[in-house]
Design a protein around this ligand. Sequence first.
Ligand SMILES: Nc1nc2c(ncn2[C@@H]2O[C@H](COP(=O)(O)OP(=O)(O)OP(=O)(O)O)[C@@H](O)[C@H]2O)c(=O)[nH]1
Ligand SMILES: [Mg+2]
Length: 708
Amino acid sequence: MGYDTKDIRNVVLLGHSGSGKTTFAEAMLFEAKATNRRGTVLDKTTTSDYTNIEQERGNSLFSTLLHAKWKDSKINIMDTPGSDDFVGEVVSSLKVSDIAVMLLNARSGVEVGTELLWEYVEKFKTPTLFVVNHLDNEKADFDTTVEQAQTRFGKKVVPMQYPTNQGIGFQTIVDALRMVMYVFKDDGGKPEKHPIPESEIGKAQEMHNQLVEIAAENDEGLMEKFFEAGSLSEEELTMGLRIAIANQQFFPLFCASSERNMGSGRIMGFINDICPSPAERPEAELTNGDTMKCDTSGPAKLFIYKTISEPQVGMVSYFKVYSGSIKAGDELYNSRTRSSERINQVFTANGKNRTGESVLKAGDLGVTVKLKESQTNDTLGLKGNDLEITPIPFPASRFRTAVNPPSKNDMEKLMKALYQIQSEDPTLIVEQSKSLKQTLLHGQGQLHLDLIKYRIEKVYNIQMEFIRPKIEYRETITKSSNDSYRHKKQSGGSGQFGEVHMRIEPWYEGMPPPEGLNVRSEEIEDLPWGGKLVFDWCIVGGSIDAKYSNAIKKGVMQKMEEGPLTGSYCRDIRVSIYDGKMHPVDSNDMAFMIAAAQVFKNNFNNARPQLMEPIYDLDILCSGDVMGDVMGDLQTRRAIIMGMEAEGHYQKIKTKVPLAELYKYSSTLRSITQGKAKFTRAFAEYSPVPSDVQQKLVSAYQGTLEEA
Ligand SMILES: Nc1nc2c(ncn2[C@@H]2O[C@H](COP(=O)(O)OP(=O)(O)OP(=O)(O)O)[C@@H](O)[C@H]2O)c(=O)[nH]1
Ligand SMILES: [Mg+2]
């Protein structure tokens, strides 16, 4: 029959690695009786981390779909990886979730992963609950954790609960909304409800009053009621908090020890009672700018947020029903591929276990298998209604490596496998670089690429080796040069003759016309690899017929594509053709092309050529205590520090660093900061290579030319 939209809750678990998401998910399933045994990460028995590689590593690497029934609700739970390398899994899960649960480790407070995840929560405007977990740890510090959360995420983070005996003996939580004290048995589970002891009543009442105020503040009617009566009924309180949470005006904070199975039941109760159903969130955005209501009576529409191929099954697609309902046997239309897809079966999932369902209604999350061509980010709907849900904004890559090409036969297999993985994981980008003559993989970090390698080797049975990627240099000039070249060849019958006089100058925006020359026509080329070629035809008196100008430009382009210094692309050059000679019989396109290429090269070498390298903007967020190590390391990477600012107990460093110095940066940063730093990077510009580096690169290239 399927769950009604109003009874569905889509929850994503977020948090720095090790904050306890997978253990918490396990506790939720167990408390909701969706499982009859509580697995542990240590024993490799959790429902969520079911893949071999996750169990080998003891970390989540994929987002896993789970679900549990709590009171009236079907709570869909997505347990995500905390490691920054797999942030793609987080972003896609956030896209389809309506509630985020952010776990904090009571021992370490707000961690760098928490900070970065918060940026995504803000982007998606997801209503969020905080859970302070690990309260049974002997170094647990609830107050500091709350304080850090409020400093970083604002005063809208408001505790609903607090522990009275955190640390090894942790077993009691005072709940300021319900005004009771929960006392757990040693092995957790359902707590006993006790009256709040005298000594705690004052504090609990103060917290309760704050919650009442929050409830009243977010609704005019409630506000009036509050002023008149001085309080709110339980129902009104619930209604007010519901509005406050849905509008991101209130981020309630809860207590838990997921290891000891304490706290998850109350949080599921809260999710059931107060958190929004998919229909209570803003309407879904469509690519045409419209929005769409989450309504089971609307036209059927689903959005694929994740796909993965399983050895025995083939393609497994995870989706959210955005409108209408989805049944086994439905024939839907994919507007990207313009072909129809049959939904043979629909399932709900608890990790690797799938249960067939007859129907899934609007708002629900589900799984189907064996779709033909549909991928992550595709919308499937009724034919004739091809409105698409806006795609998941996957983050830009931060890591690149090259693949050591195996034998030709294996290379074909490898490329096929890589493109397959890329279609499942949009944070992997496979690039066959023509100019570098290398196959490059762009991803989120060393761990991310290691996982790709693992899958290639284990699933596809192909050996893959990573090597250092080459850098895409650019070549340009720094002064002008005039020269001429005559190409003349006499061999038997008709010969070849072309003579070209050429000036080359460094091009810049708004430069004056070439001095002393008369420009008859100008072509401005935006080069596909960036920068410009400006080609001025300045021939007066017909010394070269204008019909040869194309051939001459071609000769120039040939050299621009394979620059004289290192064979890299050239850019930002103005070429002026001001004189030359033709022969009535022997001149032809080929002759002028050769002459132009040669005079360009000679000119180039005389024009103080300069190698340019890609520079990246690198923004690092690190905890204050590792700042010195991060800065010290940056000094060895030719980095230019653009700015630094404190963000709570974190430091944000803005730098510009040459790409050549960023090889394996993510691993180095992780190891020098023990994981207390994260970074993003984006291409910024090309800038001149220092002369000693240039010399080395040029002689290396000249060496390869001689060998050839
Ligand atoms: N003492 C204690 N240990 C916990 C608690 N929650 C989790 N752990 C332990 O901390 C470790 C990490 O827990 P996970 O549940 O794997 O953490 P996670 O957030 O899923 O980590 P990633 O998947 O790497 O992002 C495991 O060994 C858990 O047993 C807790 O509340 N108390
Ligand atoms: Mg996990």
